[in-house]
Design a protein around this ligand. Structure first.
Ligand SMILES: [Fe+2]
Ligand SMILES: [Fe+2]
Length: 318
Protein backbone atom coordinates (compact mmCIF):
# COMPACT_ATOMS: atom_id res chain seq x y z
CA UNK A 1 0.00 0.00 0.00
CA UNK A 2 1.20 3.48 -0.80
CA UNK A 3 0.01 6.29 1.40
CA UNK A 4 -0.14 9.43 -0.70
CA UNK A 5 -1.39 12.15 1.56
CA UNK A 6 -1.57 13.16 5.17
CA UNK A 7 -4.91 13.44 6.84
CA UNK A 8 -7.17 16.29 5.75
CA UNK A 9 -7.89 19.44 7.70
CA UNK A 10 -11.36 18.64 8.84
CA UNK A 11 -12.55 21.67 10.72
CA UNK A 12 -13.89 22.28 14.16
CA UNK A 13 -16.38 19.44 14.22
CA UNK A 14 -13.48 17.09 14.59
CA UNK A 15 -12.32 18.45 17.89
CA UNK A 16 -14.66 16.04 19.53
CA UNK A 17 -12.96 12.67 19.88
CA UNK A 18 -14.49 9.61 18.31
CA UNK A 19 -17.15 7.75 20.16
CA UNK A 20 -15.77 4.27 20.07
CA UNK A 21 -18.94 2.71 21.24
CA UNK A 22 -20.93 2.11 18.15
CA UNK A 23 -20.70 0.49 14.76
CA UNK A 24 -22.41 0.58 11.45
CA UNK A 25 -24.80 -2.06 12.62
CA UNK A 26 -25.61 -0.14 15.77
CA UNK A 27 -28.90 1.03 14.46
CA UNK A 28 -31.07 0.29 17.46
CA UNK A 29 -33.82 -0.64 15.05
CA UNK A 30 -35.91 -3.53 16.20
CA UNK A 31 -36.01 -6.15 13.54
CA UNK A 32 -39.00 -8.33 13.05
CA UNK A 33 -36.86 -10.94 11.34
CA UNK A 34 -38.97 -10.86 8.23
CA UNK A 35 -37.90 -9.77 4.81
CA UNK A 36 -40.34 -9.95 1.97
CA UNK A 37 -38.30 -10.49 -1.13
CA UNK A 38 -39.38 -8.97 -4.41
CA UNK A 39 -40.70 -11.38 -6.98
CA UNK A 40 -38.16 -10.48 -9.64
CA UNK A 41 -35.22 -11.44 -7.47
CA UNK A 42 -34.74 -15.15 -6.88
CA UNK A 43 -35.00 -16.16 -3.24
CA UNK A 44 -32.69 -19.01 -2.45
CA UNK A 45 -33.87 -19.92 0.98
CA UNK A 46 -31.37 -18.34 3.35
CA UNK A 47 -32.60 -19.25 6.81
CA UNK A 48 -32.54 -16.42 9.28
CA UNK A 49 -31.01 -17.54 12.57
CA UNK A 50 -32.83 -16.38 15.69
CA UNK A 51 -29.70 -15.56 17.68
CA UNK A 52 -26.23 -14.22 17.09
CA UNK A 53 -22.95 -15.71 18.25
CA UNK A 54 -23.48 -14.36 21.78
CA UNK A 55 -26.88 -16.00 22.09
CA UNK A 56 -28.80 -12.71 21.83
CA UNK A 57 -31.30 -11.73 19.18
CA UNK A 58 -29.76 -9.54 16.44
CA UNK A 59 -29.53 -5.82 16.97
CA UNK A 60 -30.94 -6.32 20.44
CA UNK A 61 -29.81 -3.24 22.30
CA UNK A 62 -32.19 -3.70 25.22
CA UNK A 63 -30.02 -6.62 26.25
CA UNK A 64 -27.34 -4.17 27.29
CA UNK A 65 -28.52 -0.80 28.42
CA UNK A 66 -25.00 0.59 28.68
CA UNK A 67 -24.43 -0.07 25.04
CA UNK A 68 -27.81 1.47 24.34
CA UNK A 69 -26.66 4.70 25.93
CA UNK A 70 -23.54 4.64 23.78
CA UNK A 71 -25.62 4.15 20.67
CA UNK A 72 -27.88 7.05 21.60
CA UNK A 73 -24.91 9.32 22.23
CA UNK A 74 -23.47 8.24 18.90
CA UNK A 75 -26.65 9.24 17.08
CA UNK A 76 -26.84 12.53 18.96
CA UNK A 77 -23.44 13.47 17.61
CA UNK A 78 -24.16 12.13 14.16
CA UNK A 79 -27.46 13.97 13.83
CA UNK A 80 -26.04 17.27 15.02
CA UNK A 81 -22.93 17.20 12.84
CA UNK A 82 -24.08 15.72 9.52
CA UNK A 83 -25.12 18.93 7.79
CA UNK A 84 -25.45 19.64 4.09
CA UNK A 85 -22.26 21.70 4.15
CA UNK A 86 -20.31 19.08 6.06
CA UNK A 87 -21.24 16.34 3.60
CA UNK A 88 -20.37 18.56 0.65
CA UNK A 89 -16.95 19.21 2.12
CA UNK A 90 -16.30 15.53 2.80
CA UNK A 91 -17.36 14.46 -0.69
CA UNK A 92 -15.19 17.11 -2.30
CA UNK A 93 -12.20 16.07 -0.26
CA UNK A 94 -12.48 12.31 -0.62
CA UNK A 95 -13.52 12.15 -4.26
CA UNK A 96 -10.03 13.31 -5.14
CA UNK A 97 -8.91 9.81 -4.15
CA UNK A 98 -5.47 10.96 -3.16
CA UNK A 99 -5.16 9.23 0.21
CA UNK A 100 -3.49 6.02 -0.93
CA UNK A 101 -2.97 3.44 -3.65
CA UNK A 102 -3.70 -0.21 -2.97
CA UNK A 103 -5.53 -3.24 -4.26
CA UNK A 104 -8.96 -4.34 -3.03
CA UNK A 105 -7.42 -7.28 -1.23
CA UNK A 106 -4.84 -5.11 0.49
CA UNK A 107 -7.71 -2.99 1.73
CA UNK A 108 -9.56 -6.07 3.05
CA UNK A 109 -6.46 -6.88 5.08
CA UNK A 110 -6.06 -3.31 6.21
CA UNK A 111 -9.63 -3.27 7.45
CA UNK A 112 -8.67 -5.96 9.92
CA UNK A 113 -7.18 -3.17 11.99
CA UNK A 114 -10.70 -1.92 12.56
CA UNK A 115 -12.41 -4.03 15.20
CA UNK A 116 -15.90 -3.03 16.16
CA UNK A 117 -15.91 -3.69 19.87
CA UNK A 118 -19.41 -2.46 20.24
CA UNK A 119 -21.28 -4.30 17.53
CA UNK A 120 -23.55 -6.54 19.60
CA UNK A 121 -23.53 -9.20 16.92
CA UNK A 122 -19.88 -9.28 16.04
CA UNK A 123 -16.58 -9.77 17.76
CA UNK A 124 -14.53 -11.05 14.85
CA UNK A 125 -12.13 -9.11 12.63
CA UNK A 126 -13.77 -7.22 9.80
CA UNK A 127 -12.40 -9.50 7.11
CA UNK A 128 -14.40 -12.30 8.65
CA UNK A 129 -17.59 -10.24 8.44
CA UNK A 130 -16.84 -9.50 4.80
CA UNK A 131 -16.11 -13.10 3.92
CA UNK A 132 -18.96 -14.54 5.97
CA UNK A 133 -21.39 -12.23 4.21
CA UNK A 134 -19.92 -12.98 0.79
CA UNK A 135 -19.78 -16.75 1.32
CA UNK A 136 -23.36 -16.91 2.60
CA UNK A 137 -24.58 -15.04 -0.49
CA UNK A 138 -22.41 -17.16 -2.77
CA UNK A 139 -24.01 -20.31 -1.40
CA UNK A 140 -27.53 -19.06 -2.11
CA UNK A 141 -26.84 -17.10 -5.32
CA UNK A 142 -23.99 -19.04 -6.97
CA UNK A 143 -24.39 -17.35 -10.35
CA UNK A 144 -24.35 -13.73 -9.19
CA UNK A 145 -20.60 -13.30 -8.88
CA UNK A 146 -20.95 -9.50 -8.79
CA UNK A 147 -23.02 -9.89 -5.62
CA UNK A 148 -20.30 -12.00 -3.96
CA UNK A 149 -17.75 -9.30 -4.67
CA UNK A 150 -20.12 -6.54 -3.59
CA UNK A 151 -20.47 -8.31 -0.26
CA UNK A 152 -16.72 -8.63 0.09
CA UNK A 153 -16.09 -4.94 -0.40
CA UNK A 154 -19.22 -3.30 1.04
CA UNK A 155 -17.56 -2.20 4.30
CA UNK A 156 -14.09 -1.31 3.04
CA UNK A 157 -14.93 2.37 3.42
CA UNK A 158 -14.53 1.91 7.16
CA UNK A 159 -10.84 2.55 6.65
CA UNK A 160 -11.84 6.20 7.13
CA UNK A 161 -11.49 5.41 10.83
CA UNK A 162 -7.77 4.75 10.40
CA UNK A 163 -5.16 7.49 10.86
CA UNK A 164 -3.86 7.09 7.29
CA UNK A 165 -7.33 7.95 5.94
CA UNK A 166 -8.21 10.91 8.09
CA UNK A 167 -9.18 9.10 11.30
CA UNK A 168 -12.72 10.39 11.03
CA UNK A 169 -14.90 10.10 14.13
CA UNK A 170 -17.33 7.20 14.25
CA UNK A 171 -20.33 9.43 13.52
CA UNK A 172 -18.75 10.35 10.16
CA UNK A 173 -18.08 6.73 9.16
CA UNK A 174 -20.67 4.32 10.51
CA UNK A 175 -24.30 4.24 11.60
CA UNK A 176 -27.49 4.58 9.60
CA UNK A 177 -27.34 7.07 6.74
CA UNK A 178 -29.97 9.55 5.55
CA UNK A 179 -30.31 12.32 2.95
CA UNK A 180 -29.16 15.84 3.81
CA UNK A 181 -30.65 18.87 2.07
CA UNK A 182 -34.23 17.90 2.84
CA UNK A 183 -36.28 17.31 5.99
CA UNK A 184 -35.07 14.52 8.27
CA UNK A 185 -37.77 11.87 8.14
CA UNK A 186 -39.16 10.67 11.45
CA UNK A 187 -38.24 7.13 10.46
CA UNK A 188 -34.63 8.02 11.32
CA UNK A 189 -33.49 6.48 14.56
CA UNK A 190 -33.36 8.98 17.47
CA UNK A 191 -34.92 11.59 15.24
CA UNK A 192 -35.20 14.08 18.12
CA UNK A 193 -31.47 14.86 17.96
CA UNK A 194 -31.82 16.42 14.53
CA UNK A 195 -33.19 19.46 16.35
CA UNK A 196 -29.58 20.30 17.14
CA UNK A 197 -28.60 20.20 13.46
CA UNK A 198 -28.31 23.70 11.90
CA UNK A 199 -30.14 22.40 8.80
CA UNK A 200 -33.19 21.56 10.89
CA UNK A 201 -34.34 25.18 10.80
CA UNK A 202 -32.84 26.08 7.42
CA UNK A 203 -35.71 26.96 5.06
CA UNK A 204 -33.94 25.51 1.99
CA UNK A 205 -33.32 22.19 3.70
CA UNK A 206 -36.27 21.53 5.98
CA UNK A 207 -39.10 20.77 3.57
CA UNK A 208 -40.01 17.28 2.41
CA UNK A 209 -38.21 17.70 -0.90
CA UNK A 210 -35.73 20.35 0.18
CA UNK A 211 -33.19 21.03 -2.58
CA UNK A 212 -34.42 17.98 -4.54
CA UNK A 213 -37.44 17.19 -6.67
CA UNK A 214 -39.84 14.28 -6.52
CA UNK A 215 -38.47 11.23 -8.33
CA UNK A 216 -35.10 12.90 -8.99
CA UNK A 217 -33.26 9.66 -8.24
CA UNK A 218 -30.97 8.91 -5.32
CA UNK A 219 -27.93 9.57 -7.47
CA UNK A 220 -28.85 13.25 -7.22
CA UNK A 221 -29.35 13.16 -3.46
CA UNK A 222 -26.51 13.80 -1.00
CA UNK A 223 -26.41 11.25 1.77
CA UNK A 224 -24.90 11.76 5.21
CA UNK A 225 -21.18 11.08 4.97
CA UNK A 226 -19.88 7.64 5.85
CA UNK A 227 -18.22 4.46 4.64
CA UNK A 228 -21.00 3.71 2.14
CA UNK A 229 -20.61 6.80 0.00
CA UNK A 230 -16.83 6.77 0.31
CA UNK A 231 -16.58 3.22 -1.03
CA UNK A 232 -18.99 4.14 -3.81
CA UNK A 233 -16.74 7.05 -4.81
CA UNK A 234 -13.73 4.72 -4.78
CA UNK A 235 -15.48 2.13 -6.95
CA UNK A 236 -16.77 4.74 -9.41
CA UNK A 237 -13.57 6.76 -9.49
CA UNK A 238 -11.52 3.67 -10.30
CA UNK A 239 -13.80 2.61 -13.14
CA UNK A 240 -15.26 -0.52 -11.55
CA UNK A 241 -17.43 -2.55 -13.91
CA UNK A 242 -19.74 -3.76 -11.14
CA UNK A 243 -23.38 -3.56 -12.26
CA UNK A 244 -25.60 -0.72 -11.10
CA UNK A 245 -27.18 -2.90 -8.39
CA UNK A 246 -23.77 -3.65 -6.89
CA UNK A 247 -22.84 0.02 -6.71
CA UNK A 248 -26.28 0.76 -5.25
CA UNK A 249 -25.76 -1.81 -2.48
CA UNK A 250 -22.37 -0.36 -1.61
CA UNK A 251 -23.75 3.16 -1.54
CA UNK A 252 -26.99 2.62 0.36
CA UNK A 253 -26.56 -0.43 2.55
CA UNK A 254 -26.69 1.74 5.70
CA UNK A 255 -29.71 3.70 4.45
CA UNK A 256 -32.01 1.87 6.88
CA UNK A 257 -34.70 4.57 6.82
CA UNK A 258 -35.24 3.64 3.17
CA UNK A 259 -34.64 -0.07 2.95
CA UNK A 260 -36.11 -0.98 6.31
CA UNK A 261 -38.71 1.73 6.88
CA UNK A 262 -39.62 2.80 3.33
CA UNK A 263 -38.93 6.48 4.08
CA UNK A 264 -37.66 8.88 1.37
CA UNK A 265 -39.23 6.70 -1.35
CA UNK A 266 -40.42 9.87 -3.10
CA UNK A 267 -36.81 10.65 -4.06
CA UNK A 268 -36.29 7.36 -5.91
CA UNK A 269 -36.55 6.81 -9.65
CA UNK A 270 -37.25 3.58 -11.53
CA UNK A 271 -33.64 2.43 -11.51
CA UNK A 272 -33.47 2.91 -7.73
CA UNK A 273 -36.60 0.84 -7.25
CA UNK A 274 -35.08 -1.99 -9.29
CA UNK A 275 -31.81 -1.84 -7.39
CA UNK A 276 -33.57 -1.70 -4.04
CA UNK A 277 -34.76 -5.27 -4.59
CA UNK A 278 -31.17 -6.44 -4.56
CA UNK A 279 -30.36 -4.31 -1.54
CA UNK A 280 -33.13 -6.10 0.35
CA UNK A 281 -31.54 -9.42 -0.57
CA UNK A 282 -28.09 -8.24 0.44
CA UNK A 283 -29.11 -6.72 3.75
CA UNK A 284 -30.33 -9.98 5.16
CA UNK A 285 -26.88 -11.48 4.71
CA UNK A 286 -25.04 -8.41 5.95
CA UNK A 287 -26.97 -8.65 9.18
CA UNK A 288 -27.38 -12.34 9.80
CA UNK A 289 -24.33 -14.07 8.46
CA UNK A 290 -22.15 -13.07 11.40
CA UNK A 291 -21.14 -16.16 13.25
CA UNK A 292 -18.42 -17.90 15.19
CA UNK A 293 -17.70 -20.20 12.26
CA UNK A 294 -14.69 -18.56 10.69
CA UNK A 295 -14.10 -18.59 6.95
CA UNK A 296 -10.74 -20.06 5.89
CA UNK A 297 -9.31 -16.93 4.29
CA UNK A 298 -6.52 -18.62 2.31
CA UNK A 299 -8.93 -21.18 0.90
CA UNK A 300 -11.39 -18.67 -0.56
CA UNK A 301 -8.87 -15.99 -1.48
CA UNK A 302 -8.21 -17.23 -5.07
CA UNK A 303 -11.91 -17.07 -5.89
CA UNK A 304 -12.27 -13.50 -4.65
CA UNK A 305 -9.02 -12.47 -6.30
CA UNK A 306 -10.49 -13.63 -9.61
CA UNK A 307 -13.61 -11.51 -9.03
CA UNK A 308 -11.52 -8.49 -8.09
CA UNK A 309 -9.60 -8.92 -11.33
CA UNK A 310 -12.84 -9.08 -13.29
CA UNK A 311 -14.44 -5.95 -11.85
CA UNK A 312 -11.57 -3.73 -10.67
CA UNK A 313 -8.12 -2.57 -11.74
CA UNK A 314 -5.17 -4.19 -9.94
CA UNK A 315 -4.37 -1.01 -8.00
CA UNK A 316 -6.98 1.50 -6.93
CA UNK A 317 -6.77 5.07 -5.80
CA UNK A 318 -8.33 5.68 -2.37
FE1 LIG B 1 -21.49 -1.19 6.19
FE1 LIG C 1 -21.54 -4.89 6.84
Amino acid sequence: MTILAKQPALGSQFDEKSVHTVTEEAKGVVLNGEFSLPKEVPHNGFTTPAINSFGHSFRNYDAESERQKGVEEFYRRQHINQTYDFVKKMREHYKKLDEAEMSIWECCELLNKVVDESDPDLDEPQIQHLLQTAEAIRKDYPNEDWLHLTALIHDLGKILLLPEFGELPQWAVVGDTFPVGCAFDEANIHHKYFKGNPDFNHPAYNTKEGVYTKGCGLNNVMMSWGHDDYMYLVAKGNGSTLPSAGLFIIRYHSFYPLHKEGAYAHLMNDEDRENLKWLHVFNKYDLYSKSKVLVDVEKVKPYYQSLIQKYFPAKLKW
